[in-house]
Design a protein around this ligand. Structure first.
Ligand SMILES: [Zn+2]
Length: 498
């Protein structure tokens, strides 16, 4: 009896030491790190790693204040013929440092031993997208712009650099690293703290294909066990207020962030959010734990054989184009079931039951994908530069032509946050008006969604019926004449040449 008990203890100790010293293939030794690596130190570490043969560091552009934005490519000794390209980036929000620090450690470990990564992986890292914000420990960049709300306009130099890198790499997988506040005021007032240490979400725009959405969720779910085994409080990324009165949901369905913005270009797209205790005396006292949790997830992406082969299969499948696409959608619920949201009370885990966890994407309206979009010549300059930033191809009319078009009328822009549906301000309320024959002058733009390399992006950027679109932004709002939006849907072939 005593012997069996001792063996059990030894086995438990074995598991304990395994889970506490190893993060998959990486050592778990960052626990004492409580200082954020700054821009200068990061640059020094990355330049050192660049001396290794399998690591290539380059500056792919400069921030508003002129700091380098670094891109690191890490390749195995023998790179597989068609490798899976993974693009990891962090710190679009300057005051969310853990993902960046974890990417620096990842670079260091792989420069010491490239065999810590599967030979089928070609890895690209951009650890500090917003170095100016990072240096000031501020969310926004130096133009006071939130970079992770700039993925429709691509108005900021840092987001433009991010997308230039995307188009150069053409990654299969994109992972955007953030941090959320575990100690938000509404929780603290109830004597509670948010439970998850780290969360992961996937591209969830209703525009992306079902197979990618389902595989994204499956990947998020598959990480539950290894994370739990390693001792991390992990769950699917959700947002919202204090349960059970307030609503919770799996983040936004909008596409002006990196997660959905890149999913619309065809990558399998994720977001990771580790929990920072913003209201604690020292929010970085547990920085090392957050870094460890990040590295554990990174290890899954670059080493899990099943994930790698299933992702290869996903990309081998043909993606069907769709005739109808949603323009109005929100999070809702179809059953009366009760969910539990875990919280911490005096460091103990407690479950709060709620009927207000909205987990189903509800589509309220679809429109037929038009054969073409047309933009009149006198409106096209601003559109040309937007389309170029998105790498959307267009043609220019070299003589006047008549088309039957479907104009869309703007009824109003709703500026306030919508408390009923928990939707952001800037909603475009539109209606399609009668078809009409219209002449387009020489110099007008023609964009064909289905001929484009990124048809979903074309639809998202140009479709005038979209609930969230361009016209919440003044520069595009000013192009509206008589309430008619400047992008016309073409529902039939052109009638005549003139
Ligand atoms: Zn963030």
């Amino acid at each position: 009896m005593r012997t069996n008990f001792s063996i059990l203890i030894l086995i438990l100790l074995g598991i304990f030491s395994c889970t506490n010293e190893q993060l998959g293939k990486f050592p778990k030794k960052h626990i004492s790190q409580n200082n954020v690596v700054d821009y200068e130190k990061m640059t020094e570490i990355l330049k050192n790693a660049d001396k290794k043969e399998n690591i290539n560091l380059q500056s792919v552009g400069k921030s508003v204040e002129g700091r380098n934005i670094w891109l690191i490519n890490i390749t195995p000794v023998k790179l597989a013929k068609n490798p899976l390209k993974i693009f990891l980036f962090a710190q679009q929000h300057g005051n969310e440092p853990a993902g960046k620090d974890a990417l620096i450690w990842l670079t260091k470990y792989l420069s010491d031993n490239i065999n810590l990564m599967n030979g089928k992986i070609d890895l690209y890292l951009m650890p500090m997208v917003n170095p100016d914000g990072a240096e000031k420990n501020k969310r926004r960049n130096s133009n006071d712009a939130d970079l992770n709300r700039d993925h429709l306009l691509l108005d900021q130099i840092e987001t433009q650099i991010l997308y230039t890198a995307y188009h150069k790499i053409k990654p299969h997988i994109t992972i955007d690293c953030h941090e959320f506040n575990r100690t938000s005021q509404s929780f603290l007032e109830q004597g509670l703290e948010e439970w998850p240490q780290i969360m992961m979400g996937c591209g969830n725009s209703p525009l992306i294909s079902d197979s990618f959405y389902k595989f994204g969720i499956k990947t998020v779910e598959n990480l539950k066990k290894p994370m739990q085994y390693a001792g991390y409080n992990y769950c699917r990324y959700f947002v919202g207020g204090m349960p059970p009165e307030d609503e919770n949901r799996y983040s936004t369905l909008e596409s002006d962030d990196a997660r959905n913005g890149m999913a619309l270009l065809g990558s399998l797209s994720f977001i990771i959010e580790s929990g920072i205790r913003r209201n604690a005396e020292n929010p970085n006292a547990d920085l090392g734990q957050r870094i460890d949790a990040y590295l554990h997830i990174f290890n899954y992406f670059i080493n899990n054989e099943i994930f790698i082969s299933e992702t290869e299969n996903l990309f081998a499948q043909e993606r069907k184009s769709r005739d109808y696409l949603p323009v109005n959608y929100f999070w809702g619920k179809t059953e009366s079931d009760i969910d539990s949201i875990m919280v911490l009370k005096d460091k103990e885990v407690v479950a709060i039951n709620t009927a207000n966890f909205m987990q189903t994407r509800i589509i309220k309206n679809n429109v037929k994908v038009p054969e073409k979009y047309l933009i009149p010549s006198q409106k096209c300059e601003i559109f040309k530069s937007l389309l170029k930033r998105h790498k959307i191809e267009y043609q220019i009319l070299n003589q006047p032509e008549e088309y039957i078009v479907e104009p869309v009328k703007l009824l109003r822009i709703e500026k306030n946050f919508d408390k009923v549906y928990n939707r952001y301000g800037g909603r475009q309320i539109t209606e399609q008006v009668e078809h009409k024959k219209m002449e387009f002058e020489k110099g007008s733009l023609i964009i064909k969604p289905k001929d484009n390399k990124y048809p979903l992006k074309v639809f998202y950027v140009l479709e005038p019926c979209n609930l969230f679109g361009l016209y919440r932004h003044e520069i595009f709002y000013n192009l509206i004449d008589d309430d008619i939006l400047p992008v016309y849907r073409v529902v039939k072939q052109k009638l005549t040449g003139v």
